[in-house]
Structures are given as C-alpha cells and as structure tokens.
Ligand binder design. Structure first.
Ligand code: PRP
Length: 173
C-alpha cells in the first residue's frame, strides 16, 4: 500500500526538474546532446526533463533490468540496446533512481567502450545509503532515505509507475 503523504508532490517534482533542466542547458551550451532514457523507470522523468532542456538533441532509449539487488555481483539484463551509434556524441544518461549503483555502472561501462565524446549521468532520485558500487553522478534531483518508493515511473511489481507523484510503498502484512 501507499503510505501517508507523497514524498514528493507533482509541484515539488516539476520545480526540481526545471532546475535540473536549466543547469543542463547551461552546461551543454553550444553542443548537441544525445539523451538516453533508461527504461522502464525513467520514462516519465525523461519525458519531463527533455521538454525543458534548451539544447538541440537526439534521443534514444535503453531498456535494462537488474536482478539480485543485494548481491554485489547483481545481474543486469539489457533487453533492448540503443538504436544509434554514440561515437563522438555528448551522451546524457537519464535515470529515475540509483540504488546499489549496479545498473548505472553496467550501462556506463558498456557505453564508454563505444567512444562517446562525453558521458554524463542525470538521476532523479539517489538512495545513497544503499550504494554498493560508486558511479559518478553529474545531476541529482533528490537524495532519498532507504524507503521503497513508487510513482513517477517507479514501480512495485510493475505497478504504480503512472502516479504523477512519488510515494513511499509498504507491503501489506
Ligand atoms: C530500477 C531503476 C534503476 C535500477 C536502480 O530498475 O529504474 O534502473 O533499478 O537500482 P540499482 O542502482 O540497484 O541498480 P529495474 O531493474 O527495477 O527496472 P525498471 O527500470 O524496468 O523498473
């Protein structure tokens, strides 16, 4: 079940997304971006932020999922890879949440081998206390406590992704 008040309301989210988009627009001025949404979780954050980034860009998606989140060897499955070549491009990975760091580390290492001109990471939620591997983060929306969160793309058993706000989820006991 969803508990209490939203952790982040729609307004709260939209304000922070605007701030992140302004900073990204400033940092990439004069360049062209290759924005990558990491599916499925990032679909909503991705759609919101790219609308506000004022830099010419192309977009692409990568669909991955992680398994065994408590093991440092956690397995990452790439269901669908990028469609385009990223060699020489300024790649910005856009992700909903970082937890252990295993997913982003895997994607980052995989994409760096393809020789992008640069590769930065923008993540909306950072559950820092759960980190197993370090990943350099360039843009972070909010740091959050070690709670299970749903909404704004984030799921519990693939549900609740469509909620426009972020809430804490507790399993019924
Ligand atoms: C979630 C989330 C991140 C990842 C973060 O994805 O969207 O990609 O977990 O966890 P990590 O830092 O511990 O690797 P999930 O594998 O649940 O797939 P989804 O995006 O399709 O929900």
């Amino acid at each position: 079940m969803i508990t209490g008040k939203p952790l982040f309301t729609v307004e709260h989210i939209q304000n922070r997304v605007k701030e992140l988009a302004s900073k990204i627009s400033e940092d990439y001025e004069g360049k062209e971006l290759f924005s990558v949404g990491i599916l499925r979780g990032a679909f909503m954050f991705f759609a919101d932020i790219v609308k506000l980034i004022q830099i010419p860009m192309t977009i692409d998606f990568i669909n991955v999922s992680s398994y065994a989140k408590t093991a440092s060897t956690g397995e990452i499955t790439v269901h669908t890879d990028l469609r385009d070549d990223i060699a020489g491009k300024h790649v910005l990975l856009i992700e909903d949440i970082i937890d252990t760091g295993l997913t982003l580390r895997h994607i980052r290492e995989m994409l760096l081998k393809r020789d992008p001109a640069s590769l930065k990471i923008c993540v909306f939620l950072d559950k820092k206390s759960r980190r197993i591997v370090e990943v350099p983060l360039d843009y972070v929306g909010f740091e959050i406590p070690n709670e299970y969160v749903v909404g704004y793309g984030l799921d519990y058993e693939n549900k609740f992704r469509n909620l426009p706000y972020i809430a804490i989820f507790k399993k019924d006991t």
